[in-house]
Design a binder for this molecule. Structure first.
Ligand code: CA
Length: 174
């Protein structure tokens, strides 16, 4: 049984961001903003580099520009969703392309920001995504000797075996 609150803790502490963006100036100013906000950022200016970084590092969050020199970020998105499905992905899209937003969300993006964006808005959306993710891990309630796993609807008393509850039992206990 893995410790869910430990996982949530790690997610908060690491906060490593993969920024896939080929516009160098934009990428650097965004990385600086993220740095000030307490994130560690790797910049990938192409699909090729983004794919390599994704395969070798563990990221807390990804910011993905869809228009890249060696292809569209959409295909990366589709590949990534097949492997590490839980990493939040925020896409950067052109302002007037509603189709890009729809395709991005369908391919597995969690949110999008249109260009040109306000840095504060991007940061706020990113933080909202991370909050939601941490919340998803925090499904373990503990009171005295009783532990209740909300995701699996199970309880354990004094660190004994986990037992599955009926919906009514679960609601009452909760
Ligand atoms: Ca671009």
């Amino acid at each position: 049984m893995s410790n869910l609150s430990d996982k949530a803790q790690q997610a908060v502490e690491k906060m490593k961001v993969l920024l896939v963006e080929d516009d160098e100036l934009l990428a650097e100013s965004l990385a600086e903003l993220l740095d000030d906000a307490g994130y560690r950022t790797d910049i990938a200016p192409s699909m090729r580099l983004a794919a390599a970084l994704w395969a070798s590092e563990d990221y807390t969050l990804v910011i993905l520009d869809l228009g890249l020199p060696d292809g569209t970020g959409l295909s990366l998105l589709a590949d990534w969703r097949k492997t590490k499905w839980s990493v939040p992905i925020l896409i950067l899209t052109a302002r007037d392309s509603w189709m890009e937003k729809v395709e991005g969300l369908r391919a597995g993006a969690d949110d999008y920001v249109t260009k040109p964006y306000h840095e504060e808005e991007l940061l706020a959306r990113l933080q909202a995504l991370l909050r939601r993710q941490v919340h998803a891990f925090s499904t373990l309630l503990e009171v005295n000797d009783i532990r209740l796993d909300e995701a699996r609807q199970q309880f354990s008393l004094a660190h004994q075996e986990w037992q599955t509850l009926t919906s009514t039992e679960f609601r009452l206990l909760r």
